[in-house]
Design a protein around this ligand. Structure first.
Ligand SMILES: C[S@@+](CC[C@H](N)C(=O)[O-])C[C@H]1O[C@@H](n2cnc3c(N)ncnc32)[C@H](O)[C@@H]1O
Length: 226
């Protein structure tokens, strides 16, 4: 989600002015998403977070990537643009309607050969990845998780054996508008409870090095060390 910010709005604006600006394809996608999905367009990653995704993908030297939660395609375009020569991104989502917009945007961006979409519950698609599938080995360089929060722990465990040593898993919304940092209460929603447990588990997981970047709604950067 792009509208939560820990930072002062003036600083957010300054950061936006000093990160790679979205091009016409991404600007058009923002408009199309708003027109087609209304308030749900808030689920799209923000332009500054998108620029960070491209940068991190390049930093890792990624050629194989998996995205869990594609929506209308903003983050997938940012990741696909950061992949090296011959790079490929597998996108997972349940929504035919949202991803129809993504497919159009991939064509507009000239990325249709780099991105493959598989529809269905992401946990099932990940479990079904078999040896011989181009995304079925243990050589994924980068994964980005931005889907249903209650399943984050399951996505993490499904992705860990697939990501190579030194590769990264990026997980969005891990600050959940700051709610994870509030004292636990009986009124906490399921996503808050799940994200708190997820953050606690990752912070003490000796298979990885991790840090919650206070970017927008929180972006956890996880480097696989096993
Ligand atoms: C926050 S949005 C993703 C936003 C996207 N990263 C972007 O930048 O536009 C979450 C997406 O997760 C998808 N989703 C929710 N539950 C899912 C599940 N169980 N399996 C796969 N996708 C799921 C939704 O359909 C939605 O498109």
């Amino acid at each position: 989600m792009s509208d939560f910010n820990i930072l002062d709005p003036a600083i957010v604006s300054y950061l936006g002015d000093h990160s790679a600006a979205p091009d016409a394809v991404l600007r058009d996608l923002v408009e199309r998403t708003r027109a087609a999905t209304g308030g749900r367009s808030r689920m799209q990653v923000s332009p500054d977070e998108g620029a960070l995704l491209t940068l991190l993908t390049r930093l890792v030297g990624a050629r194989r990537a998996i995205e869990v939660g594609t929506f209308t395609g903003y983050s997938s375009i940012c990741i696909a643009r950061g992949l090296g020569d011959g790079g490929r991104l597998l996108c997972l989502d349940v929504s035919e309607d949202y991803t129809a917009i993504a497919r159009d945007a991939w064509l507009d961006a000239g990325l249709e050969d780099r991105i493959e979409l598989r529809l269905g519950p992401a946990i099932d698609t990940l479990a079904a990845l078999a040896a011989g599938d181009e995304f079925g080995g243990s050589d994924i360089d980068l994964a980005f998780v931005d889907a249903d929060k209650e399943s984050y722990a399951a996505y993490y465990e499904a992705l860990l054996p697939r990501v190579r040593s030194g590769g990264v898993i990026l997980v969005d919304n891990t600050l959940w508008s700051g709610r994870v940092a509030a004292p636990p209460s009986d009124d906490d929603d399921a996503s808050t409870v799940s994200l708190r447990a997820f953050n606690d588990a990752v912070a003490t997981d000796d298979r990885v090095d991790s840090f919650i970047l206070p970017v927008r709604d929180g972006l956890t950067l996880i480097r696989i060390s096993t």
